[in-house]
Structures are given as structure tokens and as C-alpha cells.
Design a protein around this ligand. Structure first.
Ligand SMILES: [Fe+2]
Ligand SMILES: [Fe+2]
Length: 153
């Protein structure tokens, strides 16, 4: 499996989580409940960004340079991390909900940019073998058995 396909699959799952968190905070004023949702969001978003920064971005750097789209994606990862930190430290429910709203909008737009621009660049500049090798590294890191031969014994 290609790394870009694996990352798209992660986006799909995290989009579902965005919807869950939006629903969860809508009619809920219990800060503990909201913070519990933020914790799950934090775990998935930070892990996902780390995988991109470890496996994808360094391999695109020779083709795209450090500026441009990669700088923008890294800056957005940092912004997401900062907003998660702000949310964790916020005790006022109204302010907390507004930070989470900002975070979800930013993360949603970030995913769209990756899907619409960055991943297509990856498919253009990295050949199938390179993307598949990176996909194998993704599978090892995520502990997913992606290359089984299909024998049930
Ligand atoms: Fe990203
Ligand atoms: Fe992503």
C-alpha cells in the first residue's frame, strides 16, 4: 500500500472524529466531558502529524524545498498543537468551545489542502516503489499487517 493511501485512510477516520467532537460539544457544558473529547482529538491528530513529518515531508523536501507547501503544512501542524494546548488549559466552557471550533476548522482545512495539493505532489514526485516502501514503514509504525499473503493456515 502507498503511504499516501494510508494517510488518506487516517484522514477518513479523523473526519469522523471531528464530527463526533462537534456533536459532543454542541449541547454539552460539562468541561470534563469536553476535555475527554479533546484528549482523543489530541492523540489522533498529533500522531497523524508526526507520521507525516517523519515519513512524508522529509522525502518531499528534495523536490519541494523547505519553504512553500511544506513550510505551510508544518506551520499548521504547530498551530494545531498550540490550539490543543490552549484547549487543555482552558477552564471556561465558552472559551473552550470556541478554541475547539477554531481547531476543527483549521484541521479540516489542513486536511483538505493535503488531499488537494500535497498528496498529489507526493504522487507526482515519488514513484510507486518509493510510496509503497514508505507505506510499509507506515504499516510497521502503526502495527498494521498490510502485506499478508492471505493464507489462513
Ligand atoms: Fe498534516
Ligand atoms: Fe494529514
Amino acid at each position: 500500500m502507498k503511504l499516501t493511501d494510508a494517510l488518506l485512510g487516517e484522514h477518513g477516520v479523523i473526519y469522523d472524529l471531528f464530527g463526533y467532537v462537534r456533536d459532543r460539544i454542541e449541547d454539552n457544558d460539562d468541561p470534563n466531558d469536553i476535555q475527554a473529547a479533546v484528549s482523543v482529538l489530541e492523540k489522533l491528530l498529533l500522531n497523524h502529524a508526526e507520521i507525516e513529518e517523519t515519513l512524508l515531508f522529509p522525502n518531499l523536501e528534495p523536490h519541494l524545498g523547505q519553504a512553500g507547501p511544506l513550510a505551510m503544512m508544518r506551520a499548521e501542524h504547530e498551530e494545531i498543537t498550540e490550539l490543543l494546548g490552549d484547549a487543555k488549559g482552558e477552564t471556561d466552557v465558552g472559551a473552550l468551545k470556541s478554541i475547539i471550533g477554531e481547531l476543527l476548522d483549521l484541521a479540516d482545512g489542513h486536511f483538505e489542502k493535503e488531499e488537494g495539493a500535497l498528496f498529489p505532489m507526493a504522487r507526482k514526485f515519488l514513484d510507486e516503489a518509493a510510496l509503497t516502501d514508505l507505506g510499509d514503514q507506515w504499516a510497521a509504525s502503526r502495527k498494521v499487517n498490510a502485506n499478508a499473503k492471505g493464507c489462513m493456515g
